[in-house]
Design a protein around this ligand. Structure first.
Ligand code: ADP
Length: 602
């Protein structure tokens, strides 16, 4: 065994303190004053080999050996000694080997979570003093400090190390070996305490990664490597601290934005829908204090209750992560009617999600919009009268000039008439728009044949263009109940758009068909097309596709909005199918009342 030990530590050159201490402690080949040393280790097997050697060497020198260890470590040591045919029972009987359980021994001198010095001296010191009276030297392997440290009671561990030192100063008759697994010091926070542990020992032995090395070159290399690791860790720690500091400053900024935002903001746990935070604006809007909001479920807020925004309504949030309610009215905290826009956003924070509800007061904006709509309505109404009389006088003049055969003047008059027609259309659109907005668009109700309407409108629009040929495909004999002029208006708008947005093409197709419930009308052009992201938005008021690549077209973005409202009002649907650059097909459906009986079957 001694050979094995010698070979393990043979690499400690004479110039290195390790050899003179540890090898001789373990092998017992030199007289040495008793000492208090610590061995760090990675692997239990390494530690047990070492302790077994330390104690065996003690037996060989005739020392008394005391082990204060866990039961598991005791079994590991027993196994080794049995393999080496060491008669432990005999040593034990002679009082040369004493094993004490760590927990039981600690229990005898720990008071309120800290070691009591008097009791320690009594319990541990007493035993050592007794052993050293009978024998000259005592070897102790103790794990009590390690256990305290591992259980998180680091103050107690450091204090106990001090008591051991005091005891050593008093008795000077024992060698004490402590051992700590290196992994328990992993973490920046232990740096100072690790130093304290080292300072409490007269000798410190690094773990097996270093101790097992046999050549001095290797050891120097590993020291250099460790130094490099240490300095890169220091840099890493400094960087991490800087990042943490930056995060704290972004956190602070975010907090200020949250606190000072004019939008009301609620932070909600998306799993339980419990309100986690509420900024001052939302507290004011809802007329509630922070305490009245925090910890409540979202549904308990009146705004959400009034509009039935509940768990079911928010199911789509899990997929889309974003829902916008454009205009919700509710009675605010001060008892006034308010219009709000509600934005719900689900976003990840660390490993979980947070639901942010932004409530924006748009009451004033809505009032302004209403005033603007009212103004548009009034202005277009006022414009309509002079334009109508202008149109009347123009057609009177046209008749006169025609009968006089005055071709030259007639040429200018026809152009003037075309502009007046354009102006009339614009004014009508403006009027319709404001009527739709205020819910005053009047619809006539009559039954009419779809085929005839299509033919008439196509003929009329064909008359206005020399560049495009309009073709109709299909006959349905469908009868529709609704406002014939308004449906005609939708068709005119779709056909005019088809002409306007296909300057390079020369044909437009109108197709009509029916199924059991609906009549379907489609207007297809071969023009500039509409990119996917605009296909829904073109039905909004004033929306025009702004595309830097394509030229601009005259218009105000009202036609499709009005058409959409008209079709919707008739219980149908209007939508577009298109690819950019590939032309567009607008489809609309209208509920079918019945099909006319065909002439053949009469
Ligand atoms: P506008 O007076 O601008 O034509 P509309 O409401 O009729 O207003 O149409 C809205 C927008 O939709 C247009 O500005 C245009 O960008 C797009 N659009 C409408 N019809 C077509 C079409 N057939 N092809 C390509 N784009 C179209």
């Amino acid at each position: 065994m001694e050979n094995r030990l010698r070979s393990t530590y043979a690499g400690f050159g004479t110039e290195i303190a390790l050899k003179s201490k540890l090898t001789s402690y373990l092998c017992g080949d030199e007289e040495h004053p008793p000492d208090h040393f610590v061995q760090f280790y990675e692997d239990d097997e390494f530690l047990l080999d070492l302790v077994s050697n330390f104690i065996s060497a003690g037996f060989a020198r005739g020392d008394t050996c005391i082990i204060v260890s866990t039961k598991a470590h005791r079994e590991g040591l027993d196994k080794r000694w049995r393999a080496a045919n060491l008669d432990l029972a005999a040593f034990s009987e002679r009082g040369e080997y004493i094993w004490l359980d760590t927990d039981e021994t600690l229990a005898q001198f720990m008071v309120d979570g800290l070691p009591n010095q008097e009791r320690f001296i009594e319990v541990v010191g007493g035993r050592i003093a007794l052993a050293s009276r009978r024998r000259r030297r005592v070897r102790v392997f103790g794990e009590m400090v390690t256990l305290l440290w591992m259980r998180g009671n680091r103050t107690a561990a450091i204090r106990l190390e001090e008591f051991w030192n005091t005891l050593y100063d008093d008795l000077r008759s024992f060698s004490l070996m402590c051992a700590y697994p290196m992994r328990i010091f992993a973490g920046e926070t232990y740096g100072a305490e690790f130093l304290q542990i080292c300072q409490r020992h007269s000798h410190v032995f690094p773990d097996e990664n270093y101790t097992n090395l046999t050549s001095q070159e290797e050891r120097l290399r590993i020291i250099a490597q460790l130094q490099q690791k240490a300095s890169s860790l220091e840099v890493e720690i400094a960087e991490r601290r800087a990042v943490e500091e930056r995060l704290r400053i972004s956190e602070n900024r975010y907090r200020r934005l949250f606190e000072e935002s004019r939008d009301g903001i609620l932070m909600v746990d998306p799993d339980t829908y419990i309100i986690l935070d509420a900024n001052p604006s939302i507290r004011e809007l809802l007329g509630r204090t922070r305490e009245q909001l925090l910890g409540r479920k979202l549904w308990q807020i009146k705004l959400f209750q009034d509009h039935a925004i509940d768990r079911d309504a928010l199911r789509e949030l899990q997929e889309k992560h974003y829902i916008c309610y454009e205009s919700l009215s509710f009675l605010s905290g001060d008892g006034r009617h308010r219009d709000v826009e509600l934005l719900l956003t689900l976003y990840p924070v660390d490993a979980r999600h947070i639901l942010q509800c932004n409530v924006r007061d748009i009451t004033e904006r809505r009032q302004l919009e209403a005033r603007k709509d009212e103004f548009i309505g009034l202005a277009s109404h006022e414009l309509k009268t002079p334009v109508t009389s202008l149109k009347g006088f123009t057609s009177l003049l046209k008749r006169r000039l025609t009968s006089q055969g005055n071709e030259k003047e007639l040429y200018f008059l026809v152009r003037m008439e075309a502009q007046i027609t354009r102006l009339t259309r614009l004014i009508n659109d403006l009027l319709d728009l404001s009527r739709v907005q205020t819910g005053q668009l009047v619809y006539q109700e009559e039954s009419f044949e779809m085929d005839t309407l299509l033919q008439e409108v196509i003929e009329d629009v064909q008359g206005t263009t020399q560049t495009h040929h309009l073709s109709l495909e299909g006959r349905t004999q469908a009868v529709i109940v609704g406002d014939r002029d308004r449906i005609g208006q939708v068709l005119i708008n779709l056909l005019n758009n088809a002409i306007k947005y296909s300057p390079e093409a020369d044909s437009i197709w109108v197709r009509v068909s029916t199924n059991a419930q609906d009549v379907l009308v489609s207007v297809q052009d071969f023009g500039i097309g509409i990119a996917r992201e605009h296909q829904q938005k073109i039905f909004e008021r004033f929306y025009q596709v702004a595309d830097l690549e394509t030229k601009t077209y005259p218009g105000l973005g009202m036609g499709l909005y009005i058409s959409y409202q008209i079709i919707k009002r008739h219980g149908g649907q209007l939508w577009a199918e298109s690819e950019k650059g590939e032309g567009t097909t607008f489809h609309f459906t209208l509920p079918l009342v019945r099909k006319q009986e065909s002439k053949a079957s009469k």
